[in-house]
Ligand binder design. Sequence first.
Ligand SMILES: NC(=O)c1ccc[n+]([C@@H]2O[C@H](COP(=O)([O-])OP(=O)(O)OC[C@H]3O[C@@H](n4cnc5c(N)ncnc54)[C@H](O)[C@@H]3O)[C@@H](O)[C@H]2O)c1
Ligand SMILES: [Zn+2]
Ligand SMILES: [Zn+2]
Length: 340
Amino acid sequence: MRQAIMIKPGVIEYREIPEPAPLLEKEILLRIKKIGVCGSDIHVFHGKHPATPYPVVQGHEYSGVVEAVGSGVSRVKPGMKATARPQLVCGTCGPCKRGQYNACQELKVQGFQAPGVAQDLFVVTEDRIVPFDDSMTFEQGAMIEPAAVGAHSTNRSGSLLRKNVVVSGAGTIGNLVAQFARARGAKKVLITDVSDFRLGIARQCGIELTANVATNSFADAVKRAFGDEGFQTGFEAAGVQESLDVLMQYVEKGGDVVVLGVYSKNPVVNMYYLGEHELNVYGSMMYRQEDYETAAAMIASGKIVTQPLLTRNFPFSQYIDAYEFIDKQGDRTMKVMIDL
Ligand SMILES: NC(=O)c1ccc[n+]([C@@H]2O[C@H](COP(=O)([O-])OP(=O)(O)OC[C@H]3O[C@@H](n4cnc5c(N)ncnc54)[C@H](O)[C@@H]3O)[C@@H](O)[C@H]2O)c1
Ligand SMILES: [Zn+2]
Ligand SMILES: [Zn+2]
């Protein structure tokens, strides 16, 4: 079978490798159909990911078909469409023991610190499998991963019910966070970005309130969106200093700020707002199994839409072209998919 392996930054080699060994009791063999590319993959491509050694087989957001199952597997059958959570955890550390295994002390993410799925067949274990509805496309199946980030982060703070929410950053992640905030009962959701193109995609996904903070002030945008009500929860999904600053400064006193962004430059946090405004700041790390399952169900039901996020597909043989396309397109690309 085929495998794409990144030997060093910028260089992918294709190899013929043997098919996986016979399955253990709780293992499932997936035939990979689509692999989504995200910003972290691009960082690896450029040699700028802080925690990925080379060579590395990439691919952590994906969909496929169950090809075979081990003797002890009951959750899926051959022929079903499925994806799986790419997290390898120890099961014995403090976070694992209290069910917070997404923050396992020994976490290895497939495609980064462990081999990913950029090959025809891939073995996963039953505890991480997530079957998805037959009515869903393989592209939708590969979007379960970023959608699960939205599902998890919108459960981190208190309930969003009847709250006004601002999501700062309208990339794939911010877009899906905003859709989940709405689905979880937020009163109004405003999404901000510095790219009109990405704000347009947010509107196509049904997020009506958008603001370009390169051409408008954040405070004005908030005033226009919510009047005197302000906003009670902010989600930082841009990964830049300015975005964190305005959320901390303008969220209602006593409000919540959920941080998803990964910062290439360590931001300075204004502790005045944290203390004097008695804010709650939450981190949000990937997802857990239930977030994957929620994401799969919400996409199947049409409550979370992913079609407007899809920019273009590339064949498996053109992985490098896909990366170069993303680099060249800048903000005018959202999700690029690799077809196997
Ligand atoms: N916590 C997690 O589990 C998790 C998972 C995946 C990604 N991430 C991180 O979340 C962030 C978003 O991911 P993505 O894939 O959507 O990235 P992205 O780069 O596609 O999106 C970020 C968006 O922020 C916008 N932006 C830049 N400056 C801004 C500002 N001042 N105000 C508002 N928006 C601004 C950019 O134009 C861009 O559209 C990244 O930092 C990524 O590393 C976190
Ligand atoms: Zn990703
Ligand atoms: Zn652990």
